[in-house]
Design a binder for this molecule. Structure first.
Ligand SMILES: Nc1ncnc2c1ncn2[C@@H]1O[C@H](COP(=O)(O)OP(=O)(O)OP(=O)(O)O)[C@@H](O)[C@H]1O
Ligand SMILES: Nc1ncnc2c1ncn2[C@@H]1O[C@H](COP(=O)(O)OP(=O)(O)OP(=O)(O)O)[C@@H](O)[C@H]1O
Ligand SMILES: [Mg+2]
Ligand SMILES: [Mg+2]
Lengths: 260, 260
């Protein structure tokens, strides 16, 4: 079956898109077939993988409204084995348009189930890049996923939002998706030189223990330069510390998959 | 009349809350009477000004639902002249609860108009800290404001979202609030050492010219340490470069006010 991972955190700017792009790239480089589903109307994951605005006429919005299947919307990227269902601003309208629709919380799940029934199109992973909110688009991702990868910026406000996110995951597990679990929390923009990073890391590891990945993603300017070239940092600069970290993160994700 | 400024940008983590807290503090230090209205369910502005979770039983949610007036919800802060209408997670429910309510887009505006009719309670400024989305809560802020202060992180993804935000401001000006205008764009987490910052700054100043504040806010770890003490960086470390920048930003805001 397809493994679906939601990359979610309602706190803004914590590294959701960067993690979706680079974890997806590293999993594809390790031989997995990966679909990145961009469910954020900002469309940053689509941009970060080089999908031009003009090439997004069929994508996440059409899939959620039932006007297209996922396999009809797959855009190729510069990474072999990684394709994208792109997002555009229309997606922001889906929240209202679907508010009275049947199975509004399961639109993504139903679309991924249909993809799974076609052995030639079936990927190993679907990663879903979520917007910074806990509304219908993120709920669709949590209802479709078996695991949530939570990027956590090593900052105080990001830590404050974590308990709210864990409560929401509990609620979704209790109502929409009994299989849902926190796959792991990954510390991002980790800066070993600051006390704040040390404090946040110590706090999170003491509360969540093994749920926190060993791998941390270091703050590294090459990461923020890469999107302007439409490339994952793994392609833009595979020698930098953050690229190495995302490769190690993919290895940990695969280990957790095998153990599951 | 009360000057209402919305601190808005749907891109996450660009410095909206940090700007709302520290611009509010600097305006109060300069002698203005300021109310910070936290309309983000994350409640980071409330936390960053030291409002305990237990003290938020009456706040932004009650005001929007019409159950309380603003002057009944004002919480004092450690900054003379600055008070807060706090936010808590209930606020996330307001989007759904108000979706069929009368004047749902003008709830904040009506509450601020009522505050203005009481000469003893009337502040000089109301700053509204918005969530990272363009849904009903942010629309309420844009419908109530005369100006939008747009924090813009010096990063590629943040630049990508700017045109979407400017289009939304146009739409609100055309339908809900003919007085609305971009008060100014402030560059945040500005790091003079990186090419990316230089490129983003050059790009924004060439497109938006005088709309961009001269003052830029430098990246400075003291800023991200301050919220864990419930204090604005201006109180936590008034000597650091970011504190000085927020004081200069307040001066520019006041100059633009006099010129308006
Ligand atoms: N390890 C890192 N080092 C340096 N910069 C980073 C790193 N990870 C992410 N960034 C940058 O930080 C900014 C925020 O990251 P990103 O956009 O991935 O977060 P997000 O959680 O997806 O944001 P949003 O909430 O808006 O969706 C981006 O400009 C990105 O390039
Ligand atoms: N000038 C700065 N230097 C260093 N860190 C900063 C600076 N400004 C903000 N930060 C930190 O960056 C993070 C994001 O800032 P902030 O929370 O203010 O953004 P936001 O736009 O309000 O986020 P959200 O979209 O979640 O509401 C915070 O942890 C904050 O402490
Ligand atoms: Mg994102
Ligand atoms: Mg904020």
């Amino acid at each position: 079956p397809i493994r679906v991972l939601a990359i979610a955190n309602q706190k803004g700017g914590v590294g959701k898109t960067t993690t979706a792009i680079n974890l997806g790239t590293a999993l594809a480089a390790a031989g997995s077939k990966v679909v990145l589903f961009d469910i954020d109307p900002q469309g940053n994951a689509s941009t970060g993988l080089g999908i031009a605005r003009a090439d997004r006429s069929v994508g996440a919005y059409q899939v959620l409204l039932g006007e297209a299947r996922i396999d009809q919307c797959l855009a190729r990227t510069s990474v072999p084995g990684l394709s994208v269902v792109a997002a555009d601003p229309d997606l922001a309208g889906a929240e209202i348009e679907l508010s009275q629709a049947p199975r509004r919380n399961f639109r993504l799940r139903d679309a991924i189930d249909a993809l799974g029934r076609d052995p030639t199109a079936r990927p190993d992973f679907v990663l879903v890049d979520c917007p910074p909110s806990l509304t219908l688009l993120t709920i669709n991702a949590l209802a479709a996923a078996q695991g949530v990868v939570v990027p956590l910026q090593c900052e105080f406000f990001a830590l404050e939002g974590l308990s709210q996110l864990l409560r929401t995951i509990e609620l979704v597990r209790g109502s929409l998706n009994p299989n849902l679990d926190v796959h792991g929390v990954v510390l991002t923009m980790h800066d070993r030189r600051t006390n704040l990073t040390e404090q946040v890391e110590a706090d999170v590891r003491s509360h969540l223990g093994a749920k926190v990945f060993d791998t941390v993603i270091p703050r590294n300017v090459r990461v923020s330069e890469a999107p302007s070239f439409g490339k994952p940092v793994l392609l833009y600069d595979h020698t930098c510390a953050a690229s190495d970290a995302y490769i190690r993160l993919a290895r940990e994700v695969l280990q957790r998959e095998r153990a599951a």
